[in-house]
Design a protein around this ligand. Structure first.
Ligand code: NAD
Ligand code: G6P
Ligand code: MN
Length: 441
C-alpha cells in the first residue's frame, strides 16, 4: 500500500482550483491522499469552490478528509505538499496592471512589462508570508508554486530563503506547448523529451526528442511555419489566446533557430501586440466575464442541484495535471521530466549563476535534477540578460524599498525602454498599488 499524502491548496478560491481537484480525483490510485485542505484569505470566494469540492469528493473520493479554511495555523499543520496559486489584489488589480500602462501607450499584461512588474511587487510579500506560515508547522513540506509572475516570485523566494530546497516554482505554459506539439504531430506528449532554456515566460525549446532519439523539432518548425499553430485545447480558448498561439509562426519566420514560448511575442512585437489590445476591455475583463463567471456559476449550480455530474469546471487540463504529476514524481521518486524554474548555477553556462532559469529537469525525492544546456548564442543571451536585469532589479526594489531600482527595472524592460515613460508608468502604478507595495523612496 503506497503512502498517502496530505495537501493544502493555497488560493482555494482560484478559478483553477476545480480543475486541480478533478486532476487529484483522476489520480487517486497513483497519488492517494489522506487529507486535503483548501486555504484562502477570501472566505466567501473560497466557500463557493469549497462546497463544490465537498460534493465532488462525496461522489468521487469518499474516504478523503477534506476541509476548507481561512485559518493559516490550521491549514499548514501536517502537510506534505502545498499547491499554491494566489493572486494578491485579485482581478481588480490585474485590470489596473493592464489598463494603467495601456493608458500611457505601453503594453499592459499579467506577467509581461509594467503589468507584471506591478503584480510582482504585490506577490512578493504575500508569498514570503506564505512560506513562513508553512515552515512554522511543516518544515519538510514541498511548496509547489504557480503564483505569478513566477519569474519574479522565484527570484524573491531564492533571495529570502536561500537554504530552502523544497520550494519549486512552476509554470504550465511549457507543458501547454508540448501538448500542442503532440496534437500537431499526432503523438503522445509522454513520448517527448524536451530541451528548453530561458527565464519563465521567456524561453525556447531547442530540441524535442522522441523515445527513439529522433529530434522532432525540425519537423515541428516546418509544420508550424506552414500551417500555423493552435493550442491543444483550442476549442476551450478565448479568441485572444488563439491569436497568441498564431503569432508563434511569425516568431519562427523571424527567428527560426528554436521554438519560442508564446510570451516572447510581447517583447519581440510590442507594436503589433499593442495594436491588438483594447485599453477599455483587457484580458482581465475577458477572464472576469468568461472563466471566472463560468467557474463560479457552475460550482454554485452543481451544489444547488446536489450533483457535480456534467459540471464543466476544467478549462485547461494541463494546469491541474502538471502540478499533481510534479508532486507524484517527487513523492514516489519517479524522476519524470518537467520544465521547471531553478537556480542557474551553470545550467546555462554563459548566464549569471544566481538567475532563476527555466529548464528541463527530472523530479524525484531529492527535488529537481536539471539538465544543463551549455552556452547559448548571443541573441538569446542578450534578450535574457536584459530581462534578467529587469527581474533582479524588481526584487531589489521591493527588498530595499528603492524607487531608483524600480525606475531602472522598468527602463530595462523591453516593453518600456524610454526612461521618461518608465517614470510616468511607475508613478501611476505606485499610486494604484499603495495598499500593496512597500513604500519606494
Ligand atoms: P483568482 O483571483 O481567481 O484566484 C486567486 C485566489 O487567491 C483568490 O481566491 C484569492 O482570494 C486568493 N488569495 C489572494 N491572496 C491570497 C493570500 N495571500 N493567501 C491565500 N490566498 C490568497 O486568480 P486565478 O486566475 O485563478 O490565478 C491564481 C494564480 O495562479 C495567479 O497568480 C495566476 O497568475 C497563477 N497561475 C499561474 C500559472 C502558471 O503557469 N504559473 C498558470 C495559471 C495560473
Ligand atoms: C498560461 C500561463 C500562466 C497564466 C495563464 C492564464 O497558462 O503560463 O502563467 O497565468 O496562462 O492566463 P489568463 O490570461 O488566461 O488568465
Ligand atoms: Mn506561466
Amino acid at each position: 500500500m503506497s503512502k498517502k499524502y496530505s495537501i493544502v491548496i493555497v488560493g482555494g478560491g482560484s478559478t483553477w482550483t476545480p480543475g486541480l481537484l478533478k486532476a487529484l480525483c483522476k489520480r487517486q490510485e497513483s497519488f492517494p491522499l489522506r487529507r486535503l485542505v483548501m486555504y484562502d484569505i477570501n472566505a466567501g470566494r473560497q466557500a463557493v469552490i469549497g462546497d463544490f469540492a465537498r460534493l465532488l469528493f462525496q461522489e468521487e473520493y469518499p474516504e478523503l478528509d477534506f476541509s476548507y479554511t481561512t485559518d493559516a495555523g490550521q491549514a499548514f499543520n501536517d502537510v506534505d505538499f502545498v499547491f499554491c496559486q494566489m493572486r494578491t489584489g485579485g482581478y481588480e488589480m490585474r485590470e489596473k496592471d493592464e489598463k494603467i500602462p495601456l493608458s500611457l501607450g505601453v503594453i499592459g499584461q499579467e506577467t509581461c512589462g509594467p503589468g507584471g512588474f506591478a503584480y510582482g511587487m504585490r506577490s512578493i510579500g504575500d508569498m514570503i508570508e506564505l512560506v513562513e506560515n508553512v515552515r512554522r508547522s511543516s518544515p519538510e513540506a514541498w511548496i509547489l508554486n504557480y503564483t505569478n509572475p513566477a519569474a519574479i516570485v522565484a527570484d524573491a523566494l531564492r533571495f529570502k530563503f536561500p537554504d530552502d530546497k523544497r520550494i519549486l516554482n512552476i509554470c504550465d505554459q511549457p507543458v501547454n506547448l508540448l501538448r500542442s506539439y503532440a496534437r500537431l504531430l499526432n503523438r503522445d506528449v509522454n513520448e517527448f523529451e524536451p530541451v528548453y532554456f530561458g527565464l519563465n515566460h521567456f524561453g525556447w525549446f531547442t530540441h524535442l526528442y522522441d523515445k527513439a532519439g529522433v529530434d522532432l523539432l525540425p519537423q515541428l518548425k516546418a509544420i508550424i511555419s506552414q500551417q500555423g499553430f493552435k493550442p491543444a485545447d483550442a476549442e476551450q480558448r478565448d479568441a485572444s489566446w488563439l491569436d497568441t498561439y498564431a503569432v508563434v509562426a511569425d516568431m519562427l519566420r523571424d527567428f527560426p533557430d528554436y521554438l519560442p514560448n508564446t510570451y516572447l511575442q510581447y517583447y519581440l512585437y510590442p507594436d503589433y501586440k499593442l495594436s491588438k489590445l483594447d485599453p477599455h476591455f483587457t484580458r482581465a475583463n475577458e477572464v472576469m466575464a468568461g472563466r471566472e463567471k463560468r467557474v463560479f456559476e457552475t460550482c454554485r449550480e452543481a451544489v444547488q442541484a446536489g450533483s457535480t455530474k456534467g459540471a464543466s469546471v476544467v478549462h485547461n487540463d494541463a494546469h491541474g495535471d502538471m502540478i499533481v504529476e510534479v508532486a507524484e514524481s517527487i513523492a514516489y521518486n519517479q524522476q519524470r521530466i518537467f520544465v521547471v524554474i531553478v537556480e542557474n548555477n551553470g545550467l546555462v553556462n554563459n548566464l549569471d549563476d544566481s538567475a532563476m532559469v527555466e529548464v528541463a529537469a527530472t523530479l524525484g525525492i531529492n527535488g529537481p535534477r536539471p539538465f544543463g544546456v551549455g552556452n547559448i548564442p548571443v541573441f538569446y543571451k542578450g534578450m535574457i540578460e536584459q530581462q534578467f536585469a529587469y527581474e533582479r532589479l524588481t526584487i531589489e526594489a521591493w527588498f530595499e524599498g528603492s524607487y531608483h531600482k524600480a525606475l531602472q527595472a522598468l527602463t530595462l524592460n523591453r516593453l518600456v525602454v524610454d526612461a521618461k515613460k518608465a517614470r510616468k508608468v511607475l508613478d501611476a502604478l505606485i499610486e494604484a498599488n499603495k495598499d500593496y507595495w512597500p513604500t519606494l523612496k
